[in-house]
Ligand binder design. Structure first.
Ligand SMILES: [Zn+2]
Ligand SMILES: [Zn+2]
Ligand SMILES: [Zn+2]
Length: 292
């Protein structure tokens, strides 16, 4: 055994020194049961899963329907059962009526298919989409604009605007030509800017805490899966909307985070395109992710 990591919620990760030892435990139910029984009679064994975020998924997709999951597997030439689960990142009921696409989370049972999905893209109803690994991200409060907590946990009395820094909700902002960053206390940029030095620092801190963040793939025996991306986010590309569909608090999370950390293979602004479903076993050409 190499390491045991215990989590507050009661779960633990046991890391083995060799792959053979891990495979032995996985493939011998007796050994697995005994190990778990010795830890705690009520403990259960959970297989590792590989979640990916798929931006721009049409909201017409139904992730709760088992048929849709099987259809997704066959459309992409994956074996039956490759997908453990699918769900929307943000609850569907929180969407505006005009929203056409959303972030879908697909959890795979094995890393190989998840890696190919990141490298070659996937199709959902013949629409070519580019999944990414779900990364740990710095939290920025939508109410006070400071890092480290979310609006629900905020102790500030009033709202601070992410655009101009005045005391109103960002969604109520009428200022077009003035920016203010609350975290940096400067009018150089807005609080939502990806060029914000505080944000860049938080990204680097998060990457240090979660080294997996800088790996675009799930590392396996195949060398191309060991590629890394630089931790500095790419220049900011597009302005986030300053008005939100409804009056509820808008939390700056995955949707905004997805544009950072992609290095030289940034699909985040790549529009989804239609393509014919790949024939089973056909490998699409690699889009040349260059390890740095
Ligand atoms: Zn706050
Ligand atoms: Zn404002
Ligand atoms: Zn800043």
């Amino acid at each position: 055994m190499r390491a045991v990591t215990q989590f507050k919620q009661g779960s633990m990760i046991i890391e083995m020194t060799t792959k053979e030892a891990a495979t032995f435990i996985h493939s011998n139910p007796g050994t697995k049961d005994e190990l778990v029984r010795n830890l705690d009679p009520d403990a259960t064994f959970k297989e590792r899963s590989y979640p990916l975020i798929v931006p721009f998924t049409p909201v017409s997709y139904n992730p709760t329907d088992v048929e849709s999951t099987r259809q997704l597997e066959s459309e992409n030439g994956w074996n039956n059962g490759t997908i453990l689960s699918t769900r929307w990142v943000k609850p569907a009921e929180k969407r505006s009526s005009s929203q056409k696409v959303a972030h879908l989370m697909i959890t795979f049972t094995e890393p190989q298919t998840a890696n190919l999905a990141i490298r070659d893209g996937i199709t959902i109803d013949h629409l070519l989409l580019w999944p990414k690994k779900n990364r740990h991200e710095p939290l920025r409060c939508a109410k006070c604009q400071h890092f480290g907590h979310i609006a629900r946990e905020c102790i500030a009395h009033g709202d601070t605007c992410a655009n101009c820094g005045n005391n109103h909700r960002t969604s109520d902002c009428l200022t077009k030509d003035k920016f203010f960053c609350t975290a940096c206390n400067t009018d150089d940029h807005a609080s939502w800017s990806c060029d914000c030095p505080s944000f860049i620092q938080k990204c680097e801190d998060t990457d240090k805490r979660y080294p997996d963040n800088t790996l675009p793939y799930f590392p396996t025996d195949e060398e191309w899966t060991h590629a890394t991306t630089p931790s500095k986010p790419p220049p900011y590309k597009k302005m986030p909307p300053t008005t939100f569909p409804n009056n509820e608090l808008h939390q700056q999370r995955l949707d905004d985070y997805s544009t950072r950390n992609e290095g030289n293979r940034d699909n985040s602004d790549r529009a989804p395109t239609r393509r014919a479903a790949p024939t089973r076993g056909t490998r699409l050409p690699s889009r040349g992710f260059a390890p740095s």
